[in-house]
Design a protein around this ligand. Structure first.
Ligand SMILES: NC(=O)c1ccc[n+]([C@@H]2O[C@H](COP(=O)([O-])OP(=O)(O)OC[C@H]3O[C@@H](n4cnc5c(N)ncnc54)[C@H](OP(=O)(O)O)[C@@H]3O)[C@@H](O)[C@H]2O)c1
Length: 286
């Protein structure tokens, strides 16, 4: 069973299945396979244009929806992978868009609803008001954010929204995020790491390869274990059944403190996801 991190009586499994770039033909199969293998956390997003297939995968699995932790994200940016780069989602359409996500996901609630990018039609306060209206309606159990920097996180608190569940950010051995993680710790927000295996780059690093030999694990397992040992959540994506098993098999070993430090030492400010969706190009990441 995947271990969980708890906050305000809600527990999030420390390993989730990422669904970005899961092509429609693979997506429902992979989601069902993951759940049947023991994954209990699925990370979806309306921007990924595959929520329908994610929902089908959940229905087709052998596990009851209520045993799963399902997260999705509101896309306020207008950008989609199939080419949509329209105007911002208007605030008045946010709830309607979320209702469509629920229909596609074939569920009447999500466990976590995130703001996908800090780019909205109006201001942060208005955006958060709408998110909390959704939480009030019980259709999202928790509200979180993604790609928020320290200033924006502090601004949420100033505006009175002091129970943001998590901030989902790019985090892997080659991007330390030290300032942002420190801010999140101070604000009691769970870090959720996307691109946790740096889209496969960890398999090419000598330090990680050496550790994988030492612990008899694969490089991806070393990177994922390093993240969850920091009380963070990792959401690797794979379309491959063997890798699903591999990525889930990280709960039977411990990386010692000196080896954890060796991995911290790999920081090289490598960022895979660029801030293309922000209209403020000077946006500081941390
Ligand atoms: N909030 C945001 O803005 C944001 C941005 C990016 C991502 N995310 C979320 O985070 C999830 C994960 O990020 P990501 O998909 O970009 O990157 P990732 O999980 O670090 O890497 C995925 C890539 O690594 C390969 N892979 C998976 N397991 C592997 C293993 N054990 N060994 C070697 N290669 C492996 C996959 O290929 P195969 O499929 O062929 O195995 C895929 O190409 C996304 O799916 C999405 O849910 C969120």
């Amino acid at each position: 069973m995947h271990k969980k991190i708890s906050k305000s009586n809600i527990s999030i499994p420390s390993l989730g299945l990422g669904t970005w770039d899961l092509e429609r033909k693979d997506c429902s199969r992979v989601v069902s396979e993951a759940i049947d293998l023991g994954y209990r956390h699925i990370d979806a997003a309306s921007m990924y244009e595959n929520e329908s297939e994610v929902g089908a995968g959940i229905i087709n699995s052998k596990v009851d929806r209520r045993e799963l932790f399902l997260a999705t994200k509101i896309n306020t940016t207008g950008w989609t992978p199939s080419g949509g780069d329209g105007p911002f989602l208007q605030n008045k359409n946010i709830i309607k868009t979320f209702e469509k996500s629920l229909i596609d996901l074939k569920t009447d609630y999500v466990d976590l609803l995130l703001i996908h990018w800090p780019r909205f039609e109006t201001n942060l306060g208005d955006m958060l008001e709408i998110m909390y209206e959704i939480k009030e309606s019980q259709k999202a159990k928790e509200i979180g954010v993604a790609n928020f920097n320290s200033n924006l996180l502090n601004e949420c608190i100033k505006l009175g929204f002091n129970d943001i569940f998590c901030n989902q950010i790019e985090y892997h051995p080659f991007l330390s995020q030290s300032k942002l993680l420190e801010t999140m710790k101070g604000l009691d927000m769970i870090p959720v790491a996307y691109c946790p295996i740096c889209r496969g780059h960890v398999s090419k690093d000598d330090v990680i390869i050496n550790l994988s030999e030492k612990y008899s694990k694969t490089p991806a397992q070393i990177a994922l274990r390093w993240i969850i040992q920091q009380n963070a959540v990792a959401i690797p994506k794979t379309a491959n059944l063997e890798r699903l098993k591999e990525n889930g098999d990280i709960y039977d070993f411990n990386i010692n403190q000196s080896d954890m430090k060796k991995i911290y030492g790999l920081e090289r400010s490598q960022r895979l996801v660029q801030n293309l969706q922000s209209n403020d190009l000077t946006y500081p990441w941390d």
